[in-house]
Design a protein around this ligand. Structure first.
Ligand SMILES: [Zn+2]
Ligand SMILES: [Zn+2]
Length: 321
């Protein structure tokens, strides 16, 4: 049904899913830069299309809503919410009298505040990401993580420190903005984060009172939301006294805070944890599984559980925030 050639290519069609190079036609699961390329024609959800345009300019995109099957003969394709970031989709492919295929894209099972909740469909073939495919990656429940984030901010403010919250500029940072805005904090937000947050606002996510972070403004009493690369900027280092927190699933690793050079790392992730990966497989109930974007030996673990599992290709995705 598919081959692997610069990504997942559906057989007998110049049609790919999340291709790694520019191709003729491509379904793009979501707006993170490791998934978007300049294709001759991109199929994406409206929110993903907006993120792509913000990153790549005006390229040809056909916008397709969730749950609206469209036909690229002989395939019927449906985007289903993946719960990862706003607009993120799993790609469900059905062929008449043939097997069905579900491509997970990046996904998470817990319901966040800024992404459409995951909705799974059963399929014969599952191609899934397994970023956190080691048993040590178990994330605390969402409410606990949200509370820890809010407590971090309250403590810093009470101590007269600037609370610096670092998260990937698309997805994680907006989730942090929403968690904190819903608790009534006022936010000063880095331009790159705000640029993507505008798309969220257009899709009905209300961030309350937000100001753009500017070097010479008075930011006392505010939570400062920043992308990871801002850690090294002079103007950010000059904010003293401060306390910093980095939002990443890799926070489960001991010593992550030294790696990121921050005071704390909170494992608030937009990916499934190890348990979540297994729960997802249970829900999809596939006959065959292909794994991608994660530890190479996750497929061997699945085989030990009795699944017909294979690596999609022998490589890892590297580090994701
Ligand atoms: Zn992603
Ligand atoms: Zn990804």
């Amino acid at each position: 049904m598919f081959t692997f050639d610069k990504g997942i290519r559906l057989k007998d069609r110049p049609l790919w899913i999340d291709a790694s190079n520019g191709v003729a036609q491509c379904c793009v699961s979501h707006g993170h830069s490791d998934h978007i390329r300049r294709h001759k024609l991109t199929y994406a959800t409206p929110a993903t299309a907006s993120f792509i345009r913000r990153r790549l300019g005006d390229i040809p995109i056909q916008e397709i809503d969730f749950d609206q099957p469209f036909e690229i003969g002989p395939y019927f394709i449906t985007f289903l919410p993946a719960g990862h970031i706003l607009g993120s989709a799993q790609v469900y492919v059905q062929q008449e009298n043939g097997p069905s295929l579900l491509y997970s894209g990046d996904f998470k099972l817990d319901t966040g505040r800024t992404a459409e909740p995951l909705r799974v469909r059963q399929a014969d073939i599952l191609i899934m990401e397994c970023t956190f495919g080691y048993p040590k990656y178990r994330f605390p429940v969402r409410e606990e993580l949200e509370q820890r984030l809010c407590r971090f901010v309250e403590d810093a403010l009470e101590n007269g420190q600037y609370p610096l919250v670092y998260g990937y500029a698309l997805g994680k940072a907006q989730e942090a903005m929403k968690i904190l805005a819903d608790r009534g904090f006022s936010l000063a937000v880095h331009g790159s984060v705000l640029h993507m947050a505008e798309v969220y606002s257009r899709h009905g996510i209300d961030f309350g009172h937000v100001t753009r972070f500017r070097k010479n403004d008075d930011h006392r009493g505010k939570v400062i939301i920043l992308p990871p690369q801002a850690r090294h900027q002079k103007q950010i280092r000059a904010l003293q006294p401060s306390r910093s927190i980095f939002l990443s699933g890799w926070g489960v690793d001991p010593g992550a805070r030294f790696r990121y050079g921050v005071d704390e790392v909170l494992p608030l992730s937009d990916h499934a944890d190890f348990e979540g990966l297994l729960r997802y497989i249970d829900l999809v109930n596939p006959k065959t599984i292909y794994t991608t974007h994660g530890p190479k030996d996750f497929y061997l673990y699945l085989r030990s559980l009795g699944y017909d599992a294979h690596p999609l290709k022998p490589s890892g995705q590297g580090e994701l925030f």
